[in-house]
Write a protein that binds this ligand. Structure first.
Ligand SMILES: [Fe+2]
Ligand SMILES: [Fe+2]
Length: 191
């Protein structure tokens, strides 16, 4: 639709990111359940791919896009400033958790034993914080941003980058994660 402005497109792209991030969280949840059950080891290579994706795409591209959106929104709607400040803080916390996860999973590359207790606790914390974060954004920010975007003729830049889970050209090291999501996570969810 020609009348959709760049701001609306930014919002649409960010919402699509949330759906993809939720798929990755579902992968983590299932591996965590396997590990906690004690019946299965858990696929640490797959978890390392998840952590890398969350670092490379969720933190560096998705959050960068949101930071542009949130700051523009708070400048126009000051009543949203406390929510925006809290979300910026959550982005920082998620960055720290992602780094801790990548460190905890570095054992996979170095072929040394992983500290499973630390890993399980980090995975649980990451899931809880990220899910609550997505819920807050979808409930408290995105509807307000969508309403505001209707009145914005001026385009906003989206930070360059394509979700590697969506693009055949940029999928690279995420092929196994992509195939796992399309083969197991989405069919189990019925979509
Ligand atoms: Fe966010
Ligand atoms: Fe988000």
């Amino acid at each position: 639709m020609a009348e959709i402005n760049a701001f609306s497109q930014l919002l649409t792209a960010l919402h699509q990111d949330h759906l993809d991030i939720q798929d990755v969280l579902q992968v983590i949840e299932r591996e965590l359940e396997h590990m906690q059950s004690g019946r299965e080891e858990g696929d640490l290579l797959l978890l390392a791919d998840c952590a890398e994706y969350l670092h490379e795409y969720a933190n560096l591209v998705h959050h960068a896009g949101e930071d542009v959106l949130f700051d523009a929104l708070a400048a126009h709607l000051p009543e949203l400033s406390p929510t925006v400040a809290a979300l910026h803080e959550e982005h920082r916390r998620l960055r720290g958790l992602t780094e801790a996860l990548r460190e905890a999973l570095a054992c996979v590359e170095s072929d040394t034993p992983c500290d499973r207790g630390t890993l399980l606790a980090l995975l649980r914390e990451y899931l809880d914080v990220q899910r609550a974060h997505l819920e807050t954004e979808e409930r408290d920010l995105y509807p307000a941003a969508a309403a505001w975007s209707q009145a914005q003729p001026r385009p906003l830049p989206r930070t360059a980058g394509t979700d590697p889970l969506l693009s055949e050209q940029t999928r690279g090291r995420y092929r196994a994660l992509h195939d796992h999501i399309t083969g197991r996570i989405r069919p189990a969810r019925g979509g």
